[in-house]
Design a protein. Structure first.
Length: 108
């Protein structure tokens, strides 16, 4: 987990957690990064779409359908404060991943 964030702890928080979530393919290392105003809701929504086979990231959906839930993780990549710009945070995370040689899924 990044930024010393305990992902499971956000489910118990009374307030919404803003930030960047990551869906990681544990087999090939590819990652989808998404910004969110509510990480708990985003985790549920992303999982729901993947389970139904309707996720907008087609390559991610194909791989999820092919290899199954067990080889994917959903994580809070970066928690953002209420005044932080989520678009900037997303761009920074994407840039860092690219510099580390991590392949990102196309969101469309």
């Amino acid at each position: 987990m990044n930024e010393n964030t305990d992902t499971y702890g956000i489910f118990a928080r009374p307030d919404k957690v803003r930030g960047i979530i990551a869906i990681r393919n544990l087999r090939n290392g590819k990652v989808l990064l998404e910004k969110t105003e509510d990480a708990v809701k985003a985790f549920r929504d992303e999982r729901f779409k993947l389970d139904l086979g309707i996720h907008q990231a087609k390559e991610l959906q194909e791989e999820y359908t092919s290899i199954g839930l067990e080889l994917f993780s959903l994580e809070l990549e970066k928690e953002c404060g209420k005044d932080e710009d989520l678009c900037t945070a997303l761009s920074e995370c994407e840039e860092r991943y690219r510099k580390e040689g991590i392949t990102l899924y196309d969101r469309s």
